[in-house]
Write a protein that binds this ligand. Structure first.
Ligand code: NCD
Length: 315
């Protein structure tokens, strides 16, 4: 099975076999990244531009490192300080960059759909590093790789996604991926933080952590995304932690070998107990970061192969 995509804009267009192909390749990059000599030159001669219109620490660093390990020329554009501030439209920025002949464009943008729009205007492969509340495909893929390595499989698992689902592109991409791979997904959180399209997602919904976590194999916590809220979604952070924050007692309702995940950045004492987050017997949060680099290497490698097959990109 090959990976037929021109871009990586979301999980939605991916076939389950394409997901497996990407994760299998990522496994080989995990091994490479654990060696002293971490270089493979599958992107040598290619130019990768990272355009982040929203603040990011781990995702941007992860894409940068992934590109450098594979030998690409990597440039980070700080879009906060760019001509966007001078009134240039997203499309004009895209066309300007396109004229510089990048091969891979990694884009994060606060508006859902902005990355898809941009992909229609450029010749290179575009990777979505998060667009509004829409999708964050590499996060879902790195979560999938983490789960597959910890549980030995990526199907017939009970996965709970907890907290601020409404504002979360991470939750959306994960729900899509986990369903494609035939897992059961439960969403747990206050009704005010559930998305309006909940009925169409094919998930079970709970507003009680203990009921929702019962027997779960994977517990995925989400950050309260204050920057996307405009008022009264939760009574107070203390009250929120009491009802929805993951602590050892609430976790005891999940399966004995349940793993705890969080995409970061995490608010200790708001959505998760700090000691539990650091407990290497339960938490795979550091593994998620490690898998992130490998998954992004795999994604860019596969997209670059497709560019070459089309006669685009460096030979
Ligand atoms: C997430 C994001 O930006 O969507 N972070 C990430 O990429 N690791 C989640 C978040 O910001 O809470």
């Amino acid at each position: 099975m090959t990976f037929r995509q021109r871009h990586l804009l979301g999980i939605e267009p991916l076939h389950p076999l394409e997901i497996t192909t990407l994760l299998d390749l990522a496994d080989t990059y995990v091994d490479l990244n654990r060696r002293a000599q971490k270089h493979a030159d599958v992107l040598a001669g290619l130019t990768q531009i990272n355009m982040f219109f929203e603040a990011s620490t781990r995702t941007q660093a992860s894409f940068e490192l992934a590109g450098k390990r594979l030998g690409a020329d990597v440039m980070n554009m700080s879009m906060q300080a760019s001509s966007i501030k001078k009134g240039e439209t997203l499309i004009d920025t895209a066309l300007t960059l396109n004229a510089m002949h990048p091969d891979l464009l990694v884009v994060r943008h606060p508006h859902s759909g902005a990355v898809d729009l941009l992909a229609q205007k450029v010749n290179c492969a575009v990777l979505n590093a998060g667009d509004g509340r829409h999708e964050h495909p590499t996060q879902a893929l790195l979560d999938a790789l983490t789960i597959r390595r910890a549980k030995g499989r990526l199907h017939r698992l009970n996965v709970a996604i907890c907290g601020d689902i409404a504002h979360s592109r991470v939750a959306r991409s994960n729900i899509l991926l986990l369903h494609k791979m035939e897992n059961r997904v439960r969403l747990i959180g206050p009704p005010t933080l559930m998305p309006s399209e909940i009925g169409e997602l094919g998930v079970e919904v709970y507003d009680d952590m203990r009921d929702g976590l019962a027997g779960c194999d994977v517990v995925m916590m989400l950050r309260l995304q204050r920057e996307r809220m405009d008022g009264g979604f939760i009574p107070s952070e203390r009250e929120y932690y009491h009802r929805y924050g993951l602590d050892p007692e609430k976790l005891s309702h999940a399966a004995d070998d349940a793993i705890v995940m969080h995409p970061g950045p995490m608010n200790r004492g708001v959505e998760i107990d700090g000691i539990l987050a650091d407990d290497i017997n339960r938490s795979v949060i550091q593994e998620q970061v490690e898998m992130g680099v490998a998954v992004r290497m795999a994604a860019m490698d596969l997209l670059a192969r497709n560019l070459r097959a089309e006669g685009l990109g460096a030979a």
